[in-house]
Ligand binder design. Structure first.
Ligand SMILES: *Cc1c(COP(=O)(O)O)cnc(C)c1O
Length: 415
């Protein structure tokens, strides 16, 4: 590039990434490759690909060109070193935890985790891995929970549904000081708001199903290696992967054991849909985040609403931190609590535009009563401990016209 030309912005690079690396017919998208297997004319080439001496594809479970094109885009978005994509966000998180931890290890994570991730950590506890659930909105409880056998710290950026914002920078400093692997689930913020690399995360995980795909039409997950963690110091890398550049060891083990052995491969069709969705991420995030802020401010004024949780509100306990970390946007997720005595199910039944659904970060606005659904399985005592009240509603705000959303809530709250 001419040295007088400023570097291209992320959105431009994303939009033109496929076209620039796929000259066939001038196609603006990578072709979709649903093939299960790849054939070679010479046995020596097949052997070389198997042995890692030559780049190529063998059997689609462990990777295919459509997935690789998406991996390249996510690597670009996260300013990272590499990425492996999976069939769902949970598959990506499970791959990290099950391939990098062993019985006798210990991990520290948030007590406000996404419910299914919380449940997965409980599975780990049953496999002989110690798990400490602490409030990651502060770094001190994380530091206090560390043990000599602690291998990693895992947190989300913005918690669901309470919208607590983790002390991402302080926890990153702590992990760097102690040589610990720092894993950040960036699903709720996406690279449009935040790159965990900026707070020294070693790995980033994503549910691509949410903001990155954006249209509720594909499931997917990703594990991203930022390149900041020194894998040579990590004790759980298998001998067979301790070869070549140590910078590749971690993601290689996650890919080989988590994808090849465990098999939660992303379908080529879905990789293609997610890659197309990712092209408009910045536009959708700007629209959903502006709607969410306006709706949060409006809901805070309504007499039927007792409390609104949204990092963009001055009343939010981590508002200043969110402002500093996320570049002036605060996400599409908010929750609110109705005044005691109001029937949350009846209020939600009066919505006409907003959809009753458990998904997140869609183009459409989605609402769900929290205690009765996503937090039902854990029981009342645990809900109380997590601050989930019976009148709590979680909202994932979409790109509809703000006036339509406000009118819908005005009608629903008025009864
Ligand atoms: C949805 C979600 C996941 C799980 O992703 P799936 O694609 O649904 O498996 C993980 N973490 C967070 C923060 C999520 O919101």
């Amino acid at each position: 590039m001419d040295r007088n030309t400023p570097p291209e912005s992320l959105i431009t690079r994303l939009l033109h990434a496929d076209r620039r690396s796929t000259p066939e017919h001038g196609a603006v998208h990578k072709p979709m490759h649903p093939a299960a297997t790849y054939a070679y004319a010479r046995t020596a080439d097949l052997v070389a690909v198997f042995q890692g001496a030559q780049a190529g594809y063998v059997y689609s479970r462990q990777g295919n060109p459509t997935g690789a094109a998406l991996e390249a885009k996510i690597t670009l978005m996260e300013g990272a070193r590499g990425c492996a994509v999976f069939s769902t966000g949970m598959a990506a998180i499970a791959a990290v935890l099950l391939t990098l931890l062993k019985a006798g290890d210990h991990v520290v994570t948030s007590r406000y985790l996404f419910g299914n991730t919380h449940s997965l950590f409980n599975t780990l506890a049953g496999l002989g891995i110690g798990v400490s659930f602490v409030d990651t909105a502060e770094a001190a409880p994380v530091a206090a929970a560390l043990q000599p056998n602690t291998r990693l710290v895992f947190t989300e950026t913005i918690a669901n549904p309470g919208t607590q914002v983790a002390d991402l920078a302080a926890i990153g400093r702590l992990c760097a000081e102690r040589g610990l692997l720092y894993v950040v689930d960036n699903t709720m913020t996406t690279p449009a708001l935040f790159q965990p690399r900026s707070v020294q995360a070693g790995l980033v995980v994503h549910s691509l199903t949410k903001g990155i795909a954006g249209h509720g039409h594909a499931l997917g997950g990703a594990v991203v290696d930022t390149g900041l963690f020194d894998w040579a110091r990590y004790p759980n890398i298998a001998e067979s992967y301790r070869k070549g550049d140590a910078a590749n060891w971690g993601l290689q083990q996650v890919r080989k054991k988590g994808l090849r052995d465990m098999g939660a491969t992303l379908r080529a069709e879905d990789a293609h849909r997610i890659a197309t969705g990712a092209e408009t991420l910045a536009l959708r995030v700007a629209a959903t985040n502006a709607n969410a802020l306006a709706l949060a401010q409006w809901l805070e004024q309504q007499p039927q609403v007792a409390r609104v949780h949204y990092p963009g509100l001055a009343s939010h306990p981590q508002h200043a931190r969110a402002q500093a970390l996320f570049g002036g946007q605060f996400g599409a997720l908010l929750s609110f609590e109705l005044q005691p005595g109001l029937d949350v199910l009846a209020v939600l039944d009066r919505l006409r535009v907003v959809i009753l659904s458990s998904h997140l970060s869609d183009t459409r606005t989605l609402a769900i009563p929290v205690a009765q659904t996503i937090f039902w399985e854990m029981g009342a005592a645990k809900r109380a401990e997590m601050g989930v009240t019976d009148g709590m509603v979680r909202l994932s705000v979409g790109i509809e016209a703000l006036a339509d959303l406000q009118a819908d809530f005005a009608r629903a709250l008025a009864g």
